[in-house]
Write a new protein. Structure first.
Length: 290
């Protein structure tokens, strides 16, 4: 099944961007206008996150979001065959921020989020960073698709570790010259072992793991923001968030990331994934009120 899927997707990836974006336009009509894919989830997430916006504003963000979602689908497919040179032309970044790892002979970790197109960022980062990019991933239920995504995300040599195996693997990763990569706005599977932070007008569960790694090994901590410039072109803005995580109090790094993420989403709300059930877990005191 995997090889049939891979062959089919690879052939599609060879199509020029002009054709791929025509496919994305058709996907937009199908997902948004015909099927209404998770429209209620998107709508509810937006109106709670932006109570100050009008119904017309929410509708405009929703439409732009679905267009970006469909673009990201074909762009992810394109990763199977896109050249390093073409990807480098389409996604810009102040990669020199990572030179601090070389200058100080230290490992680092980058906090990213589900901003389009994070899949492109995952692949190009290993080509650009002076340390091997090590990303965590949540396995997909479908084994064929899971293997395909690993192929796509690992094509530049990125090391991929299951979220469940992070504690088991982190000591060996730290022994290498590594740059951890965290898509740190994932919805944690276990709500009993999370950090609860105010985020977009409600208490939200965030993973504690990235901060634990940073403070334990004193890795340089970078925050990243992905900005969509135009169709098929992005910019990643990196900044050094914490140079000495061991000097921080527990929770400081996570809170700083949450504030960074919230500010970034407000600047370009249509560029963040609103269709996932990010707020599936309810803050314990709110559960008691029900």
């Amino acid at each position: 099944m995997y090889y049939i899927l891979y062959g089919f997707i690879y052939v599609i990836s060879l199509l020029p961007f002009k054709v791929l974006y025509a496919i994305a336009d058709m996907l937009y009509i199908l997902l948004y206008r015909v099927l209404g894919y998770r429209k209620e989830v998107v709508h509810n997430n937006l109106i709670i996150s932006f109570p100050e916006k009008t119904a017309e504003d929410i509708q405009e963000i929703t439409k732009k979001y679905y267009r970006n979602l469909c673009d990201s689908i074909v762009e992810t497919i394109k990763l199977l065959s896109i050249t390093k040179e073409e990807l480098d032309c389409r996604i810009k970044c102040n990669w020199e921020m990572f030179d601090l790892m070389t200058q100080q002979n230290r490992n680092g970790q980058g906090y990213m989020s589900h901003q389009f197109n994070w899949e492109w960022g995952t692949v190009i980062c290993n080509w650009k960073a002076p340390r091997r990019f090590t990303g965590l991933y949540m396995p997909l239920t479908n084994k064929a698709f899971d293997k395909l995504y690993l192929k796509i995300r690992g094509r530049s040599g990125t090391r991929l570790i299951k979220v469940q195996d992070m504690q088991k693997e982190m000591a060996s990763v730290q022994q290498d010259q590594s740059l951890w990569g965290f898509i740190a706005d994932q919805n944690p599977s276990d709500p009993k072992r999370v950090s609860w932070n105010d985020f977009l007008n409600r208490k939200t569960a965030f993973f504690k793991g990235p901060e634990f790694v940073a403070r334990r090994y004193n890795n340089l901590v970078f925050f990243g923001e992905i900005i969509k410039i135009k169709r098929g072109y992005y910019e990643i803005k990196l900044k050094l968030a914490f140079e000495n995580p061991r000097d921080t109090n527990e929770g400081d790094i996570t809170e700083a990331y949450v504030r960074h993420l919230e500010d970034s989403i407000k600047r370009q709300p249509e560029n963040w994934v609103w269709s996932h059930r990010r707020w599936k877990h309810i803050y314990p005191t709110q559960q008691k009120l029900k």
